[in-house]
Design a protein around this ligand. Structure first.
Ligand SMILES: [Zn+2]
Length: 297
């Protein structure tokens, strides 16, 4: 199981449109606050999600701030709350925990808590970016316990977005292709990736991205696994792609460098043993794609 997966919550989509039921859940809820995309965590060295009692919602969040029912953790209702507009929130919530960047905290969080916080961050960020109707431009309102938005003018329902992106380890014989995006730090190498486009299968997106970014032609594409990646709303679809050759033609607008790594070199990169270079963090699917291939997946 990959990090960010394994969410234990029962989302109760059959109940979350029932206002009385949701209000009853909120009275005894664990509330996970998010502040300017950061999540509240506690504990050391292993982190867990920190929650606040529902009674604090009114004093912490501005009226109308997104409050989202995430699901039931056994019998306990879990909600996410956006407290971004309260500049005092980090100080006020110190007795409960500390706000941290989820990508960095992902290396230390308990599996279930990471998956729940991933859902919370995805939902709160979706609300923060989708306040207006994509059809008519009117300000939309929350519905179904924050799990959708509705336009009061044209009645269009808007549901949380998940944007699929392919991420692939291209291989040629006993070597794999790792690259550095122009936007990354100069020492960082990882798998190639890109968003899927309408009208494309996963395999077609993998082949298109590899050809566009590195000029390599891929033959067989094999699905590996997928991973929610709430930065802000991606679903990473991991694949292996066997290439027909190793000649590279890089897209200078996207790729600063790309290198074919042997298995020993790729293993050394993951273990941080190549001076001046680092690979993906262990909570990212890229790490698991490379690791799986190195270990003979
Ligand atoms: Zn509308």
């Amino acid at each position: 199981m990959l990090p960010f997966t394994g969410n234990p919550l029962d989302r109760r989509s059959d109940k979350r449109g029932n206002i009385a039921w949701v209000a009853e859940q909120l009275r005894r809820a664990r509330v996970l606050p998010l502040w300017q995309t950061q999540v509240l965590v506690t504990g050391a060295p292993v982190l867990k999600a920190a929650s606040i009692p529902a009674g604090l919602i009114g004093t912490l969040a501005v009226p109308g701030a997104p409050l989202v029912f995430l699901g039931l953790d056994m019998e306990t209702p879990v909600f996410a709350l956006d407290v971004s507009d309260n500049l005092e929130a980090p100080e006020a919530l110190k007795p409960f925990g500390e706000f941290r960047d989820l990508r960095i905290a992902s290396l230390l969080l308990r599996r279930h808590d990471l998956a729940i916080l991933s859902q919370a961050k995805g939902m709160i960020e979706w609300h923060s970016r989708h306040g207006f109707c994509a059809r008519c431009g009117t300000k939309t309102v929350l519905a179904d316990a924050g799990t959708k938005r509705v336009c009061p003018l044209c009645a269009t329902e808007h549901f949380p977005r998940t944007d699929p992106a392919v991420i692939m380890l291209a291989t040629y014989g006993e070597r794999c292709l790792l690259a550095r995006n122009v936007n990354w730090t100069p020492d960082f190498y990882s798998c190639l990736a890109g968003f899927m486009e309408p009208g494309e299968s996963i395999e077609e997106a993998v082949r298109r991205e590899l050809f566009e970014e590195a000029g390599v032609v891929a033959g067989p594409v094999r699905y590996f696994a997928s991973q929610p990646w709430p930065f802000p709303a991606a679903l990473m679809v991991g694949c292996y792609a066997e290439c027909d050759g190793d000649t590279l033609t890089l897209d200078p607008g996207e790729i600063a460098d790309a290198v074919w790594y042997t298995k020993d070199e790729a293993r050394a990169l993951l273990e941080g043993q190549i001076e001046g270079r680092r690979g993906p963090i262990k909570s990212a699917i890229a790490w698991h794609l490379i690791h799986g291939w190195v270990e003979g997946e």
